[in-house]
Design a protein around this ligand. Structure first.
Ligand code: FES
Ligand code: FES
Length: 184
């Protein structure tokens, strides 16, 4: 699935970036997993770091830090993005879902359950991003083909599983969700 992180990150932060250089902090308000939050951060602080350091949401992982691996994937306004490429100054008013937002009331979401059942997580570094990509896919396309699953997770690299178990987990979630929506 195409990622928009590069487009977002290179968009319109020039004035804020100048402020960053002289150490200015800015207030950023947004929603995370349905909760309204406000943080004070340097304008170019990465969303990945805001989540992990300012908000204690350490589920999103850093793999490459360059938009290549997808370990830091989040949903931003419903779109899968690499949070290592998103500066805080572009996040005022946005709606973010992280891997912590997938479970509800202490219950794993369906896609989390099927990852567990299929053994789709090994070292776990890629897992939060994979879950976010899978959740996005199943929200948009509840009955994806295997090829559509492969495309949806193409931006997420896994060094451990060979992808087979991950794809099986997504297929199982889709099958179990019939006729309901998966991933929720
Ligand atoms: S850590 Fe963000 S894409 Fe790799
Ligand atoms: S489970 Fe280790 S990188 Fe995917």
């Amino acid at each position: 699935m195409a990622r928009s992180g590069n487009q977002v990150a290179t968009g319109y932060c020039t004035r804020s970036a100048d402020a960053d250089i002289i150490g200015t902090l800015m207030q950023v308000s947004f929603r995370v997993n349905g909760r309204k939050v406000e943080v004070e951060a340097p304008p170019m602080k990465r969303m990945l770091d805001v989540l992990r350091e300012d908000l204690g949401l350490t589920g999103s992982k850093e793999g490459c830090g360059e938009g290549e691996c997808g370990a830091c994937s989040i949903l931003l306004n419903g779109e899968v993005v690499d949070s290592c490429l998103i500066p805080a100054c572009q996040c005022d008013g946005v709606d973010v879902i992280t891997v912590e937002g997938l479970a509800q009331d202490g219950q794993l979401s369906l896609i989390q359950q099927t990852f567990w059942e299929e053994g789709a997580a090994q070292c776990g570094i890629c897992t939060p991003g994979m879950l976010i990509a899978a959740r996005s896919l199943l929200d948009l396309n509840p009955q994806p083909s295997r090829e559509e699953i492969r495309t949806a997770i193409a931006g997420n690299l896994c060094r451990c599983t060979g992808y087979t178990k991950i794809i099986k987990a997504v297929e199982l979630a889709a099958a179990m969700a019939k006729p309901h929506r998966a991933g929720s």
